[in-house]
Design a protein around this ligand. Structure first.
Ligand SMILES: C[S@@+](CC[C@H](N)C(=O)[O-])C[C@H]1O[C@@H](n2cnc3c(N)ncnc32)[C@H](O)[C@@H]1O
Length: 216
């Protein structure tokens, strides 16, 4: 098993990369490949919803379109991503609130949300256990979470298909560096065991992993 190679500790900041990522995320949405339905199937409900690392926002906005939560808030570290998320929410006609912040120390009161979602951001968090503890803190009792990401030890076919189909082509090296920075189920299980999300369930699919559960 190859060692993890850290991709970034400060999120995606470079404006050219952000624009390219917006185009990539839009393509994933249009192909129906952004995992929204399986995130919903994990048991997410509406209420006040928080998205961690929304990037350009498509995943949370698509979930909001389907679950019509009372509110949608995003916690995003990159100012350039925030601009795209705000523009995209406007186009969706969804009154989302995107806040600049580091998910390791979220700028929200305890028990502020009924659901927490995140896709593709986990591999960029410097200390995932701190984020898991923050998720527990900001959730109300009975609230649900679903965190999805790539998985480092996918098989060669998944690695090849992910690379060959990623559009625009310029994003392809970024796909590989994200994959190399992603966790294995064993690593995530160990991190969860040392966090307040001890009871979480971890499942896998072709490309990734999903951490889901409920705050008791
Ligand atoms: C690969 S993008 C995924 C974006 C989006 N969730 C999606 O699925 O299209 C990861 C996002 O997480 C953000 N991010 C990384 N570390 C973060 C942190 N510590 N706090 C908040 N956001 C973070 C990045 O800036 C980036 O927008």
């Amino acid at each position: 098993m190859k060692m993890r190679v850290i991709e970034t500790n400060v999120g995606i900041q470079n404006e050219v990369t952000v624009e390219m990522f917006d185009s990539f995320a839009r393509t994933m949405r249009d192909r129906g490949w952004n995992g929204v339905d399986s995130m919903i199937a994990s048991g997410l409900r509406g209420g006040d919803m928080l998205e961690i690392g929304p990037g350009p926002g498509y995943v949370g906005l698509e979930i909001a379109k389907k679950l019509t939560p009372d509110s949608l808030t995003g916690c995003e570290i990159s100012p350039a991503m925030l601009q795209f998320a705000r523009k995209n929410a406007k186009n969706y006609g969804i009154d989302a609130r995107y806040v600049q912040g580091n998910c390791m120390e979220m700028p929200f009161e305890a028990e502020s949300f009924d659901s927490v979602i995140s896709n593709g951001s986990l591999h960029e968090w410097e200390t995932p256990v701190r984020v898991f503890n923050e998720i527990y803190r900001v959730l109300r009792p009975g609230g649900r979470y679903c965190i999805t990401d790539l998985r480092r030890n996918v098989n060669l076919l998944a690695r090849y298909l992910g690379l060959a189909t990623a559009k625009p082509r310029a994003i392809r090296p970024g796909f590989i560096s994200s994959l190399n920075a992603a966790y294995t189920v064993g690593e995530i299980t160990e991190l969860l065991r040392n966090s307040d999300l001890k009871g979480a369930m971890v499942t896998t699919d072709f490309f990734g992993l999903c951490i889901s559960g409920e705050k008791k």
